[in-house]
Structure formats: C-alpha cells, structure tokens
Write a protein that binds this ligand. Sequence first.
Ligand code: OGA
Ligand code: MN
Length: 195
Amino acid sequence: MIESIITDLAEKGWCVAPGFLSSGLVHKLAQEAEQLYQDGALHPAAIGKAEQRQILSTLRGDSIFWLDEERATPAQAEFFAQMDELRLAVNRELQLGLFELEVHFARYPAGAGYEKHLDVFQKDSRRTLTIICYLNESWQPEQGGQLRMELEDGGSTDIQPEGGTLVCFLSHRFPHEVMPATRTRQSITGWFKRR
Ligand code: OGA
Ligand code: MN
C-alpha cells in the first residue's frame, strides 16, 4: 500500500488510501477519541498561529486533542509506527526531508465543518505533508462530511471520511474544506514537518 501512496504523491501530490488503518485499530482509536471527548479533554480548534490565533467556530467547528508520542496508548503507538513507516518511505523516494509529526484527534459535531483553507501558516511554512486518517465506522455518503479538495486542474474531488481511509497531500498545494455532516465525524489529522 505504501508503494502506491508514494506513486500517487510523486505523480499528483495527493492520495487516498482506503483501509490504510485496520478496522481493529480504527475501532480502538475511535473509542479513545470518544473517551477523551467524554472526559472533557478536547478543546475548540483555533485558526492561525501566535498573535493571529483565533477561535471562529463558524469557520472551523472541530474540537481537538494533540497526541504526544511519549504518552501514546498502545493503539496510538501502533498509529505512530505506521506513520513512521510512511515518513521513511516518503523521505527515501521523494526526498521531502520529513522530520517531525504533529498530530491531533479531531471531532466535528453534526453540522460543523471547516471552510476552505490551506494547511500552511503564513509565519511557519514547515508543514509539508498533511495526513488525515478517518475514524468513522460505516460512513454513508448522504451523511455529508466529505473532504472537498481543490485540484490543480481547476476541478475538485470529494473524499468520504470512512474509517481506515488515509488521505495525504502536499500541504502547500491543495486548498480543501470539510463539509458539514449529519453525524459526529472523527479523525486523526496531522502534519509532517521539515526541520
Ligand atoms: C484540517 C483539515 C480535513 C478533514 O484539520 O486542517 O483540513 O477531512 N481536516 O478532516
Ligand atoms: Mn486542513
């Protein structure tokens, strides 16, 4: 699977890999995200960095929890191991020099979305590769919640947030938005950064 991800990234700069995470791992991670929510550990996501940081839930309606690899649960450690395998392959084949991964759980309540944006901050452009792994079992297209990516040919593509699917793309190149859904939508979202 990693080979086809690398090929897609090289050819078009983005990729969708259904079943990247096993359903067992998706189930465990989804339960952990749900528990963190129940414990009140999620906080509303902000937009921008430092003095430009703002919470504008009409633009961005998710709540997040940053993961810490040193305190990872067994399921999170398994996730980090898969990500490291991806990082090493990307560095070997595409020479992106990916170094660290910052990653959070994200939870969009029904009705919440994230307006069209780029994942790179004006003052910090080290984010290089965006990765999103969905944690939603049996997602139905009519439930909404697609990731809408603007492609470089002027078109766009909609990706269903089905559990286990990995989306990754070069952070600088693809504006994207999260469409509101009729059910809670959970993911692990992160960015590989250059030094
Ligand atoms: C983000 C984002 C997309 C998604 O968190 O920056 O664009 O599909 N997420 O959850
Ligand atoms: Mn984004």
